[in-house]
Design a binder for this molecule. Structure first.
Ligand SMILES: Cc1ncc(COP(=O)(O)O)c(C=O)c1O
Length: 378
């Protein structure tokens, strides 16, 4: 039941997609074309995405998870290998390492932005380490230079980082491979989908080969590798093309929403946004605050519950992956990662989408202020 104090009569979704008439028309046109599987739209999306991020190659896939998985397989990662990744991520980043037959090794994150700590990565390197898989959490690029300096292949999880730049360079062609997600909540949202960008032509060709059973001419075919079924449908590519067209327009709306949150949260002791590095362009995919219970008067779970009662949807990015059941059971010798473990209990993502109006964000802020006043007694 809504609380009487709520200013809303309807629930504010955490991250609704910003779909307009253009996307609807593009889907209708694709359906009428009779071409539903990967075809001209997926190819056009690859061209436009490669151009947008400044990479030589882009390969469209069925999901961000597939983008990461096929990148690892194409890079030759397999049984006996270790891949260092962050515990503060969607579990897909680690699951794909398991699917490739290798072992995910978790390195702790930095207190400031909860991105992987390059010193912790360096300390985790062993002779079995074959790649590093960092994540640009919330859209803040992680510190890539010290990771590249380790001399290992880097496969970036850029699911949150479509618009991001790192020290003036666009995320997309800085490492061996960069993997994006086109999932329903992402900054370029197709519903489902993914993209690998790279300057490495051989890697791109290997991923193309893996994403689909190879087809030959006519009714004859051959198989040169046991490929997956991880190609992107043209129906979804049609949506992604429209979304890519709007990416800067949507970024502007995100910037306004984030400025409103920054101003409000600065007045609420105990709610601390993740640090954004002014040297970088942050994709503003998520607005994450850490709830410091001692000052905020209650913990993250209390805040999330109270906001839900105020009809405000929130989310958690992320629970530390190494503490999730599968990882605890499969790798019982997990090291303790104190920064990630503390952060996992504090992070709360506030509603953020270009589909939200300024009034929606004001509703979320009003609710946050009321909840904070109640919990702190101020
Ligand atoms: C950090 C991160 N990595 C990977 C993924 C996987 O992407 P997808 O859902 O497109 O498979 C997601 C989100 O969904 C994510 O947030």
């Amino acid at each position: 039941m809504p609380r009487l104090s709520s200013t809303r009569s309807t629930f504010l979704s955490f991250q609704p997609p910003a779909i307009g008439e253009e996307e609807i028309a593009a889907v209708a046109e694709t359906l009428r074309s009779g071409w539903l599987t990967s075809g001209p739209n997926a190819e056009e999306l690859e061209r436009r995405f490669a151009e947008y991020v400044g990479a030589r190659h882009a390969v469209a896939l069925a999901s961000g998870t597939a983008a990461l998985h096929l990148s690892l397989v194409a890079a030759g990662i397999g049984p006996g290998d270790e891949v260092i990744t962050t515990p503060i991520t969607w579990p897909a980043s680690a699951n794909v390492v398991v699917h490739a037959g290798a072992r995910p090794v978790f390195a702790d994150v930095r207190e400031s932005d909860l991105n992987i700590d390059p010193d912790a990565v360096a300390a985790a390197v062993t002779p079995r380490t074959k790649a590093i898989l960092p994540v640009h959490l919330a859209g803040q690029p992680c510190d890539l230079d010290p990771l590249h300096a380790l001399g290992l292949p880097v496969i970036e999880d850029a699911a949150h980082a479509t618009e991001s730049t790192y020290r003036g360079r666009k995320i997309g062609a800085l490492s061996l491979a960069t993997c994006f997600s086109l999932y329903a909540t992402k900054n370029v949202a197709a519903g489902e989908g993914g993209m690998v960008t790279t300057d490495d032509g051989e890697l791109a060709a290997a991923i193309r080969n893996l994403r689909l059973m190879r087809r030959g001419e006519g009714s004859l075919y051959d198989v040169t590798v046991a490929g997956f079924k991880a190609n992107l449908s043209d129906v979804l590519a049609a949506v992604a093309l429209c979304q890519l067209e709007k990416v800067e327009e949507h970024a502007e709306i995100r910037r306004r929403h984030v400025a409103a949150y920054d101003a409000a949260v600065a007045e609420l002791p105990g709610l601390e946004p993740l640090v954004r590095d002014p040297r970088d362009v942050h994709a503003l995919h998520l607005y994450v605050v850490r709830v410091k219970a001692a000052e905020a008067g209650a913990d993250r779970d209390d805040y999330q519950r109270a906001l839900r009662e105020e009809l405000i949807g929130t989310s958690i990015h992320f629970l530390p992956v190494h503490r999730l059941t599968y990882y605890r059971e499969r790798y019982p010798d997990q090291p303790s990662l104190p920064v990630a473990e503390r952060a996992g209990a504090e992070v709360l993502s506030l509603p953020l989408s270009p589909a939200h109006s300024a009034a929606d964000v004001e509703d979320a802020i009003d609710a946050l202020r009321r909840v904070h006043a109640r919990f702190t007694g101020r």
